[in-house]
Design a protein around this ligand. Structure first.
Ligand SMILES: [Zn+2]
Length: 323
């Protein structure tokens, strides 16, 4: 085997996914389990180790056969030391996850932000293949970003660059989870949309939302929004179009700053709403960016779904040169 394969691990708030990936970025085996309610560093770490081992067992591999393990973390990190800085609800703040896993598996372990890993996955094996300059926006409960420049993931000094959801698009606007106001995430995420449509549901303008989620915004999933649009609930469609407009402003800022050749849009909202939403965001991007820069940028939906993060995390082991 000569250390040819890598493992990509997606550490999510609800599930842990481990995949053994070939040098050609093909997933050879995978294992999955719930992250679990008991969220402290020790419990989460032992579940990570278990999930990696299960994926290796499917191929009769030992961790020593690997080139390394790439771990995608939902939050900020300190790449050099392998410490996690901030993650929601996992109890890993300040925890040296990288070194602990290196000790457990005796192979190099690198950490990456999960959305950055996903965008890198789309670059090596998905919708952004063949482009050297790529920006990705992943829209869900929040908005995450990733940047590939000159064919390499751009992470800044510690791997935390590309918080595109926290660029400010509405000065003095709605309060964001990060404490600022008017961030892209606070006006264009699924959460932002959900908060507006439950108000419509309460007033009788969105029967599909009312029937499936009541007036609790946390229950408004992307599929419910899609069904409301399909049912012709115009006020809901308008809220989504406005959110897509704002996403386009965030995209335009990225175009003017980085001149990507390709912008990838991913996440649950993009998957469920599809072309209608992507086209609205693209129109807005083209309306808000510099003419000479926007002409050379393309927009596409992410192509790998949940696999993007594990493929990207595993490919980053090779890119890091530590494998
Ligand atoms: Zn923010």
């Amino acid at each position: 085997m000569d250390g040819a394969h890598t493992v990509g691990l997606d550490l999510g708030g609800t599930k842990i996914l481990s995949a053994v990936v070939s040098p050609e970025n093909k997933i050879l085996a995978r294992a999955k389990q719930a992250t679990g309610a008991e969220s402290n560093a020790k419990a989460v770490t032992s579940r990570i180790i278990e999930t990696v081992r299960k994926s290796l067992e499917k191929l009769n591999l030992d961790a020593r056969d690997l080139q390394g393990i790439g771990v995608a973390v939902p939050g900020t990190l300190e790449r050099e030391s392998g410490r996690v800085l901030e993650t929601p609800n996992l109890g890993l703040e300040g925890y040296p996850l990288g070194p602990v896993l290196e000790e457990a598996f005796s192979v190099p372990v690198i950490l990456a932000n999960d959305v950055s890993a996903g965008v890198y996955g789309e670059y090596v094996a998905g919708a952004a293949q063949g482009y050297q300059h790529v920006v990705g926006f992943f829209v869900g409960t929040g908005i995450g970003g990733g940047i590939v420049l000159n064919g390499r993931l751009f992470g800044g000094p510690q791997g935390n660059a590309a918080e595109l959801g926290h660029t400010i698009v509405q000065y003095g606007g709605a309060l964001c989870s990060c404490g600022q106001r008017g961030c892209l995430e606070s006006v264009a995420s699924r959460t932002a949309i959900a908060k507006e449509v439950v108000a419509l549901a309460g007033s009788g303008a969105a029967p599909t939302i009312l029937a499936r989620a009541g007036t609790d915004y946390k229950l408004v999933k992307s599929g419910i929004l899609r069904d409301s649009v399909r049912a012709g609930e115009d006020r809901v469609t308008q809220v989504i179009e406005r959110a897509a407009d704002y996403l386009g402003v965030g995209m335009a800022n990225a175009v003017n700053t980085l001149t990507p050749q390709m912008i990838i849009l991913g996440g649950g909202l993009v998957e469920k709403l599809g072309d209608f939403y992507i086209q609205a965001a693209e129109r807005s991007m083209r309306a808000h960016s510099m003419r000479s820069l926007r002409e050379s940028v393309q927009v596409a939906a992410a192509g790998l779904g949940d696999d993007a993060v594990v493929i990207g995390a595993s490919a980053l082991v090779r890119e890091s040169g530590r494998g």
